[in-house]
Design a protein around this ligand. Structure first.
Ligand code: IPE
Ligand code: IPE
Ligand code: MG
Length: 250
């Protein structure tokens, strides 16, 4: 398969990995089998992203709202997450990938948090690609956290109220160290953000596919990137303005 032109590669791709349960149900399997298969897609898509030269890949693995699923499913998801961290550790380190997280990881059980923190620490200096796992993550919660962070800075006299602006807000968000979000992919035919990267997605391109996450592989990522490369990102301007800027960038 031909690699897409590098110059308009999205810097930061985020994926809502959805449809594991339906994938399993259609095959008469328990939901957990869909989640297990989904881990193979994570590996495939991470490898492909690294090879393509994408700077950051954020994967929505578990939302704040997913805690309300049946206890048995949550338990199995946590066990799978631990297996993933143990199984992928060597590959992540060998490929120079920096693992980070967004979300409230304090809520994760110790048997997940310990290998997670170890891998985050051990990969912190890697520069190959950032793999960011959204775990116990909610976009509204993240905005509230950033707001609280800024309010505390104002109260402590570190910044003034007038210093609260889009830039300082973005810096207070948990995604501050990631490149701007260019592309959001959602699998399984659903067309919603489900509380994912609400602030960051303001001008991201959205790509929806009917493919269920366990079936989403390297070729599907290439399709999403090709679709992205055919979009015209106007950021509020007219098409003519955008074309002029492409010729004579400001
Ligand atoms: C996505 O698949 C994985 C998680 C949310 C953890 P789902 O489990 O949501 O699968 P469907 O949407 O029920 O098919
Ligand atoms: C979003 O999928 C969360 C993850 C993929 C981790 P959900 O399946 O939880 O979202 P809804 O419930 O369909 O909105
Ligand atoms: Mg779902």
């Amino acid at each position: 398969m031909q690699a897409p032109p590098e110059e308009d590669l999205p810097r930061h791709v985020a994926i809502i990995m959805d449809g594991n349960g339906r994938w399993a149900k259609r095959r008469g399997l328990p939901r957990i089998e869909g989640h297990r298969k989904g881990a193979d897609s994570v590996r495939d898509v991470t490898r492909a992203s690294r090879e393509l030269g994408i700077q950051a890949l954020t994967l929505y693995a578990f939302s704040s709202q997913n805690w309300d699923r049946p206890l048995e499913e949550v338990r199995m998801l946590m066990a799978l997450l631990r297996d993933y961290l143990v199984d992928e550790r060597a590959e992540i380190l060998d490929n120079g990938i920096r693992l980070t997280t967004i979300g409230n990881i304090d809520r994760l059980p110790d048997f997940v948090r310990e290998p997670l923190n170890a891998l985050k620490d051990d990969s912190a200096n890697n520069r190959g690609m950032t793999l960011c796992l959204a775990l116990s993550y909610g976009g509204r919660e993240a905005i509230v956290d950033a707001t609280r962070n800024l309010v505390e800075q104002v109260m402590a006299g570190e910044i003034r109220t007038q210093d609260v602006n889009e830039l300082s807000f973005a810096e207070a968000l948990c995604t501050a160290t990631l490149p701007p979000l260019d592309l959001v992919v959602r699998t399984s035919g659903e067309q919603r953000l489900s509380n994912f990267l609400l602030w960051e997605a303001a001008y991201a391109e959205l790509y929806f596919t009917d493919t269920m996450w366990p079936d989403f592989k390297r070729a599907d990522l290439m399709d999403a990137i090709a679709a992205y490369q055919n979009r015209e990102r106007r950021f509020g301007l007219t098409s003519d303005q955008v074309k002029l800027r492409a010729i004579a960038p400001k």
